[in-house]
Every structure is written in structure tokens, then in C-alpha cells.
Ligand binder design. Structure first.
Ligand code: DO4
Ligand code: MG
Length: 292
């Protein structure tokens, strides 16, 4: 089942039907037996036609997040380790990435509060003071307040490779800024864990051309999803649950950097496609963005 957070209510989608009902997003997604509760909701919810579903999602779709923190795991795939080692070599920081890839403890970092998260069809930003920018397509876990993986969504961990490569201690500035995280379009709630055979695909579109496209299966990850969730919840309690991006496995070649106007599309089997337009963040005198 998939649930969509919209300004008109919560849409529940099965393989054949769409329903809408009213509920509190944070309460619902933290329900002890979410799959069973959604199954029950279907009996009382209003049915939507395919056309109604499309219309509501076009106009009223919100990111699938309420009051949760967003965290991210790093260097969970070999491709990410290699890319970071290269970008940090000149600054002498390359070894850190190899060490964390092999270590028992994973790299986990704070990524965003809900107001910095873009949803499906929203804008993601690159920093004006960064010269090398990439999207990072990541399977993202919803971990409920009991510390259990209860759902999955598509995530984009927008990153500045120039700032991160200059010094590993600049990681928070490379990773945390306005709308540097995107989540959506929905939360996928299967009856059991997501299949390790699941494929992630990312394409980047510029001037009506596809300038990057690649896919990989999540079974190429070095760590298990449960291991990442366990580390996150070891010394942090999340009363409303949390989102955890699980690391990138697709990295464009080193001569690629995002530009304003690019469109990033990330698809994960079973979940759907998250689409975001890229913009450059230009802070105004009061800290808000000046749109050109
Ligand atoms: O260590 C830096 C960040 C790594 C990351 O975001 C990733 O591997 O996805
Ligand atoms: Mg990442």
C-alpha cells in the first residue's frame, strides 16, 4: 500500500483502488500496526477515481513528512566510497571514507528539519558558494517512534561535492541548507520488508536532453537497513519517528555538476518517482530566498 499526504486528506493507494480519509499524519504513520490499520481504513474511506486522485495529487500533494527529523547514512555503497575518496584526496581526507566503509559503526548525519524538505515537483537548491553539486538518490526509511522500519520513500540528499571535498569537517555545510533534501511522492507501506531486489534509477534532464541516467539494486548496499535504523535509534528517541536516507549508490562522473533548470527524476520500484527542479539559493537580507 502507498499513502500520500495531501492538503485534502490522506490518500491510500492499493494496486487497484484509491481511497481518501482524514487523519493526523504523525499519529497514523506511528501506529503500532500500520499495515493492519490501513487495511481497516479502506473499509470506511471514500473511494477516489483515478482522475480524482491525479487532480488532488497535482494540486495538493505535500511531502510525506510531518514533524520528523531527517537523518542520512553515508558511504554505504562502494561507488560512494570511491567517489568521496577521490574528491577528498587533495585535502588529505580520502582515508576517512575507506575507514568508515569498513568500520562496524556507520556514518550517520543530521540532514533536515521538515521545513527544509522539498516534496514531489518542488524545487531543490544548490548553494551559490558551491562549484560542484550533485543529487544523491537514496532509499529512505521511515522509522517509527518504537524504532521499527514502518515505511519507505524516495529521497534526494542534495550535496556540494566541492565543499565536502575541501575538508570532511565541512560536511554539514555541504549537506544542510535550504531545500537540500527532497522526499516523496508517497510513503510505501508493505506487509513485510522491502525486497533487496528493488531497483533505484536516477535521470537528470537538461534542455530536453537526458544528461545522466543509471540504475542499481539496493542489494549492493554494504549494510542492512535494520543495522542503520538500529544505530540511529541507539541514543536518540524520536517521539514522532524519523526519516533515514540510506546512502547513495549512483554518482555522476566527476565532470558533472548540476545547473539551475535541471530536472532530477528518482524512481524506486514499488514506491514511485520523485521529480524536482533545481534552483540556486540566493539569500536575501532577511535570509529568505529572492526568486529571479
Ligand atoms: O560522507 C559523506 C556523505 C556520504 C553520503 O551522503 C552518501 O554516501 O550518500
Ligand atoms: Mg547521501
Amino acid at each position: 500500500m502507498r499513502i500520500y499526504n495531501t492538503a485534502k486528506g490522506i490518500i491510500l493507494q492499493t494496486d487497484t483502488e484509491n481511497y481518501i480519509f482524514q487523519d493526523d499524519w504523525d499519529r497514523l504513520i506511528n501506529a503500532e500496526a500500520l499495515y493492519v490499520e490501513l487495511d481497516d481504513k479502506m473499509k470506511h474511506a471514500d473511494r477516489l477515481s483515478e482522475q480524482q486522485m491525479v487532480t488532488i495529487c497535482d494540486q495538493f500533494l505535500l511531502p510525506p513528512i510531518g514533524n520528523q527529523e531527517v537523518w542520512a547514512a553515508g558511504v554505504t555503497y562502494l561507488r560512494s566510497r570511491d567517489a568521496r575518496m577521490e574528491e577528498a584526496k587533495a585535502a588529505g581526507g580520502g582515508d576517512f571514507y575507506d575507514k568508515v566503509y569498513e568500520a562496524e559503526r556507520p556514518e550517520l548525519f543530521f540532514k533536515a528539519l521538515p521545513h527544509r524538505v522539498a516534496g514531489h515537483n518542488g524545487a531543490v537548491y544548490i548553494r551559490e558558494d558551491s562549484t560542484w553539486n550533485v543529487p544523491e538518490p537514496e532509499l529512505t526509511l521511515f522509522i517509527n517512534s518504537a524504532g521499527k522500519i514502518a515505511g519507505y520513500t524516495v529521497g534526494n540528499d542534495m550535496s556540494s561535492r566541492s565543499i565536502e571535498g575541501e575538508n570532511p569537517l565541512y560536511l554539514p555545510q555541504a549537506k544542510v541548507y535550504e531545500k537540500s533534501a527532497a522526499l516523496g511522492p508517497c510513503l510505501y507501506i508493505p506487509s513485510g520488508p522491502i525486497s533487496p531486489d528493488t531497483t533505484i534509477t536516477m535521470s537528470i534532464h537538461r534542455d530536453s536532453q537526458v544528461c545522466y541516467k543509471d540504475s542499481i539494486k539496493i542489494n549492493r548496499m554494504k549494510r542492512s537497513l535494520e543495522e542503520l535504523a538500529d544505530y540511529l535509534c541507539r541514543a536518540c528517541y524520536f517521539p514522532q519517528g524519523s526519516f533515514l536516507m540510506t546512502g547513495t549508490c549512483l554518482v555522476p562522473d566527476n565532470d558533472f555538476t548540476l545547473r539551475e533548470g535541471d530536472r532530477v527524476e528518482i524512481s524506486i520500484e514499488h514506491i514511485g518517482t520523485l521529480i524536482n527542479k533545481v534552483k540556486v539559493w540566493k539569500p536575501g537580507h532577511n535570509g529568505s530566498r529572492i526568486d529571479n
